[in-house]
Design a binder for this molecule. Structure first.
Ligand SMILES: [Zn+2]
Ligand SMILES: [Zn+2]
Length: 721
């Protein structure tokens, strides 16, 4: 009797045992199809000794339906999946799902049917059809994908197929990707770069676990350095994974990579069409895709021949996943490198205190690149005191910054204004009665977006048209915008410099790699004079003619006051400042603030990052905060406020008394209501040495709560909302 244990892709189910039919060969890691009641579910065969399951007699076992013709998930990946589930207190099936991220890729079919416009305009052109034709444009994809892109129903698309306006095309999904050439166009490295690259190449050759912190100021050429490690990995026929924090950064990266290696790497992100996703997954799983660049979800893919991992912009907090399995991709990447036994490079101009500390105690090897590449100098940075040098009433740019913009435009150079706030104004109120527009589902103000004529909630996405009169006092035309967002700053710039060509760069305008590519091309062609952007413009871009950066409100990031507020502000401003003067022309940076004496501002202006980090690190050490201590958030939510409160209290009362651990709360979470759910929060603070996950597992495992209540544990939280 041949039986096996299978972990199914269903987080509500534990592992189940099955019978292996005669003639089917499976082992640990095999990807299989198994029956469950009347359904068929995908799963992976697991070592029975590592996963407990209900014992079922041989005679009651059902047979597996199929073993897929794909390489099994390798041992180190299965250990990574177990570790991630364990560490982040997540269902193991939810982690496994990230490895098998393209269900359709499992089947061997070689083609997918996609659809595109034929150019024919149907006789009967309803508004829905007209909208579909306009929005589809050059797009190609499944019926569902086109319907989503055009914001119409599947039926509208099918109707257009029947009418001949849209045609089917067969797309091959098993075409191999071109292989990047390690010797295509190697750069001339400067001395410090060469030494760092040499060290990484050695580590790739040694093929054992070796974590590196590649620490270099913006523009110092970190990318060229780790490209040499990728070249070595390619020469050895191994795969490389490069993790980027934002998909908007993918496009410039692909270009740079293609210039160095002759071909683009394989991209993996949420913007892929199903056929692209399927082709990429199969190429990755069979080892054909040699270099993969992706967002955090690419971390769990089944690379059979991984030889190197690079995490670029490793300090970025967007590596932390805030929904579903709440993992931190940088930390899990290090664990994957350890389990696979390979080098990992964390690259950053402003490494996180967590990473610095690991270098400090000698766990990570630090490679420093002190200078900017070529002739470029670090930009000259000055604070603009908004109290001494205030903008005119109703304006946000101080005279000093306006003058600098004027000089920049006169010189034919480009400027960048940074404000980490989307939309026109963060708050809208009635000047007659003071009514404020709040989201009906969240504890958050509605943000005015003039580009699309909407008030929007940035937490749940709730939208409404701006009303013509106040809903409270019925006064007409009484609504006023309070405070600036990027759209308002762009308006101010257009007022001041009517001739200037202004571009707004936020997730509202750059929502896909293609949009990012378009922006880059326009910047490079000199078709934009002034960019107004959120944190989306702070990193990765390299525009030699950009010589002025203005930080509109340096105090904004400090307002939240969470653990990492000062560090994050420092990183953000240092990153955006790094966009200035990357070519031969020198750059300058003006930082508007109400408090020029704040330590963060002082460190930025003087360029003394080291003493700022030293002070931040000591403050964390004193308070036993991460990385010197540990935190875990427990968020209790329900549509019923009383139920949420009651459950949170129940959990609070049941808190175990454990040495070196304290539990704070329950208290309403700062976002006390989110997406229509009331939220209470408990915060667990523990010593580093404590296995806090085990404590929480026991603690919550012994409790029960009503069905409508959700209890989510956030281990090592980054968001304190
Ligand atoms: Zn009113
Ligand atoms: Zn909302």
């Amino acid at each position: 009797m041949n039986r096996c244990r299978v972990l199914l892709l269903n987080a509500a189910l534990g592992p189940l045992d099955y019978r292996v039919p005669h003639g089917m060969a499976v082992g640990p890691g095999s990807i299989v199809l198994a029956p469950l009641g009347p359904r068929q579910l995908t799963g992976v065969v697991w070592e029975p000794e590592r996963l407990e399951a209900e014992s079922v007699g041989d005679n009651r076992l059902r047979p597996l339906i199929q073993a897929y013709d794909l390489p099994p998930l390798a041992d180190p990946l299965r250990r990574l999946i177990e570790w991630t589930a364990d560490y982040y207190l997540a269902p193991i099936a939810a982690v496994l799902r990230m490895s098998l991220a393209s269900a359709s890729a499992l089947d061997g079919g070689r083609t997918v049917t996609e659809y595109r416009l034929t150019g024919l305009i149907p006789d009967r052109l309803s508004p829905q059809r007209a909208q579909a034709l306009e929005r589809i444009g050059e797009r190609q994809g499944l019926v569902r994908e086109l319907a989503t892109a055009a914001d119409v129903s599947d039926g509208v698309i099918r109707g257009l197929v029947k009418a001949g306006a849209i045609e089917a095309v067969e797309v091959s999904v098993d075409d191999p990707f071109p292989l990047p050439d390690p010797d295509h166009d190697p750069p001339e490295l400067e001395l410090a770069q060469g030494a760092a690259a040499q060290r990484l190449v050695q580590a790739v050759q040694a093929a054992e676990f070796a974590p590196f912190l590649l620490d270099g100021v913006t523009g110092s050429g970190k990318t060229e350095v780790y490209f040499e490690a990728i070249a070595e990995s390619l020469r050895r026929g191994r795969q490389t994974l490069v993790l980027l924090p934002e998909i908007a950064l993918t496009e410039p990266f692909l270009k740079r990579f293609a210039a160095r290696f002759g071909h683009e790497p394989v991209a993996w992100h949420s913007g892929l069409r199903q056929s692209q996703r399927r082709r990429a997954w199969r190429a990755i799983a069979t080892g054909q895709a040699k270099v993969v660049v992706g967002a955090r979800s690419s971390l769990f893919l089944p690379y059979p021949e991984l030889g190197l991992i690079v995490v670029d912009e490793a300090h970025e907090t967007s590596f932390k996943q805030e929904e579903g399995v709440q993992y931190h991709a940088r930390d899990v990447a290090v664990m994957r490198a350890k389990l696979e036994g390979l080098p990992i490079v964390l690259a950053s101009a402003t490494p996180a205190i967590e990473s610095r500390q690991m270098a400090e105690i000698g766990v990570y090897e630090e490679l420093k690149l002190p200078d900017r590449y070529g002739a470029a100098e670090l930009p000259d940075m000055k604070a603009v005191d908004l109290l001494a040098d205030p903008p005119p009433r109703g304006r946000w740019l101080a005279p000093t910054l306006v003058n600098a913009l004027e000089e920049t435009l006169a010189a034919g150079e480009q400027g960048l204004l940074f404000l980490n706030r989307r939309g026109y104004a963060p708050l809208t109120l009635c000047r007659h009665c003071g009514h404020r527009f709040q989201c009906p589902n969240c504890t958050a103000w509605m943000v005015e977006h003039r580009l699309v004529r909407r008030l929007a909630c940035h937490h749940c996405g709730h939208m409404m048209p701006p009303p013509a009169f106040c809903p409270e006092c019925r006064e007409e035309d009484s609504l006023v915008a309070v405070g600036p967002g990027v759209e308002r700053i762009a308006d101010e710039v257009r007022d001041l410099f009517p001739e200037a060509r202004v571009a707004i760069v936020t997730s509202d305008t750059i929502w896909s790699p293609a949009k990012a590519a378009e922006f880059v091309a326009r910047m490079e062609a000199g078709e934009i004079d002034i960019v107004v952007g959120t944190q989306l413009v702070t990193k990765g871009y390299h525009f030699p003619n950009l010589t002025l950066v203005g930080v509109v409100d340096a105090d904004l990031g400090l307002a939240g006051g969470d653990l990492r507020a000062a560090e994050r502000s420092f990183q953000q401003i240092a990153q955006v400042a790094g966009r200035a003067g990357r070519g031969e022309k020198p750059g300058r940076v003006l930082v508007q603030t109400h408090d020029p004496s704040a330590p963060v501002i002082g460190a930025l202006v003087s360029g003394d990052a080291e003493s700022f980090y030293a002070a931040e690190t000591e403050a964390r050490r004193d308070a036993a905060m991460p990385p010197f201590g540990r935190l875990a958030g427990i968020i209790v939510s329900s549509e019923d406020q009383a139920e949420a409160t009651e459950t949170a209290r129940l959990i609070g009362r049941a808190a175990p008394r454990v040495d070196n651990m304290a539990v704070f709360g329950p208290a309403p979470a700062p976002l006390a209501m989110l997406r229509g759910r009331h939220r209470m929060r408990l915060l667990v603070h523990a010593a580093r040495s404590l296995d806090v996950q085990a404590v929480i597992r026991d603690w919550l495992g012994g409790l029960a709560w009503p069905r409508g209540v959700r209890v989510a544990v956030d281990v090592d939280p980054y968001s304190f909302l």
